[in-house]
Design a protein around this ligand. Structure first.
Ligand code: UGA
Length: 410
């Protein structure tokens, strides 16, 4: 089918690229002319695993194109994916007002995406479910047709090179538009709640000498609970969870529904940074003048996204308290340096750790998991690690002569 994608941000690009890879003809547009020029020149404005590869193959096959002319993009598509923030209800009103004097009749559907940054391409091709909120059966049929390659698994998977692990049948769920919109908020808020729950358990573990990993692992083996999103630490960040939790709190309050547990979810999450600083103060006493190395800036691994990343708040407070801060991250340094020019950024983690009085782990990148801490310890001024993501074992670090702090573990 011929499809238009409005918005070449993160969701628009992944959606456009994956739909083109699945065999559709896609025209993308954005109000940012520079972005369109970059894409037309073969550049990729965001970092996302596999995205450059599929954009290139779709371009070569002539299945994806970009234009700054929104009208041209819209006229090209049988269906238009709006991948920018648009209140659904106002959209219907605007479309009927603008098309009043023409033969065009727009139908609106809501198709929430459940893409996680860092694994978005894989998530698109191997979804748990596809949700379409529609007003009429023909929209559902059209959307089913668009997603047919995914539902029938008749695509060349760019993630698994054609040998995808066997997966369950993808559910194609047809709902009302309101339900579709609620599903997205409800799912994200529940996952955020799960993380905050694990974080309170971690605090409790510290008080009574239990181990949060033992507790959450055992909890997660119950299929009614599930083991995912129970990792304790610095809490959630990113553009989606903080924003969706807030939107859900707001929406519930507006319609008179008490959703206090989400306010608690948010409060617990904000307090994670305080809890981290309690550990920092306990270990360093005085932060002023100390050299602190921050390992990890992105809100999670495999992305360069720093929006609402816990590391930003950590750096802000360290600087306010007078620390000298060095930092390293495989992808997110340029964006962070733009916010904090006084930050000493290093591509090589060992250089960031040189002469440091403490290392703080803020993002669980694989490169940090496999660091040689024996070597790092020889470079540091003091063997001290405060781990905000619980990526090392307390025993292993202590055996290497480190003073080691983490969340919910002794
Ligand atoms: C999230 C959802 O997982 C996607 O399904 C959804 O489509 C997307 O938001 C969205 O609304 O567009 P994302 O924000 O990319 O995806 O990141 P997640 O992998 O969900 O992680 C969110 C945050 O929670 C990260 O900061 C991560 O470090 C933190 N987290 C995650 C924990 O602190 N503990 C965990 O156990 C899991």
């Amino acid at each position: 089918m011929r499809l238009s994608v409005i918005g070449c941000g993160y969701v628009g690009l992944v959606t456009g690229a994956c739909l083109a890879e699945a065999g559709h003809e896609v025209v993308c547009t954005d109000i940012d002319r520079e972005r369109i020029a970059k894409l037309n020149g073969g550049g990729v404005p965001i970092y996302e695993q596999h995205l450059d590869q599929i954009l290139m193959s779709a371009r070569k096959a002539g299945r994806i194109s970009y234009t700054a002319d929104a009208g041209e993009a819209i006229r090209a598509g049988d269906a238009i994916f709006i991948c920018v923030g648009t209140p659904g209800l106002e959209l219907s009103r605007a479309l009927s007002a603008y098309s009043r004097n023409s033969n065009l009749k727009f139908r609106v559907a809501s198709n929430p995406e459940f893409l996680r940054e860092g694994t978005a391409v894989g998530d698109f091709f191997h979804p748990d479910r596809i949700v379409v909120g529609v007003e009429d059966p023909s929209s559902a049929a059209e959307l089913r047709e668009i997603y047919r390659p995914i539902l029938e698994r008749s695509f060349q998977c760019p993630v698994h090179n054609g040998t995808c692990p066997p997966g369950q049948k993808v559910e194609f769920l047809v709902t009302t538009i309101s339900s579709a919109e609620l599903i997205k908020h409800a799912a994200n808020s529940f996952l955020a709640l799960k993380i905050s729950y694990a974080n309170v358990i971690a605090d409790l573990c510290e008080k009574i000498g239990a181990n949060v990993e033992e507790v959450t692992h055992a909890m997660g083996l119950d299929p009614r609970i599930g083991g995912k999103f129970l990792n304790a630490g610095l809490g959630y960040g990113g553009f989606c969870f903080p924003k969706d939790v807030q939107a859900f709190i707001h929406l519930s309050a507006k319609v008179g529904v008490d959703f206090d547990m989400l306010k608690a979810t948010e409060r617990v999450n904000k307090l994670r940074i305080d809890r981290f600083f309690e550990k920092i103060h306990q270990a360093l006493w005085v932060v002023k003048g100390k050299h602190v190395a921050v390992l990890g800036l992105a809100f999670k691994p495999n992305t360069d996204d720093i929006r609402f990343a816990p590391a930003l708040e950590v750096i802000k407070r360290l600087l306010e308290e007078g620390a000298v801060v060095s930092a390293t991250d495989p992808e997110a340094m340029p964006r962070t340096k733009a916010l904090f020019p006084q930050l000493n950024c290093h591509e090589d983690p060992y250089n960031a750790l040189r002469d440091a009085d403490a290392a703080l782990i803020c993002t669980e990148w694989d490169v940090f998991k496999s660091l040689d801490w024996g070597r790092a310890g020889n470079l540091m001024a003091r063997r001290l690690v405060i781990d905000g993501r619980n990526i090392y074992t307390p025993q292993g670090m202590r055996e290497l002569g480190f003073e080691y702090y983490s969340f919910g573990r002794e």
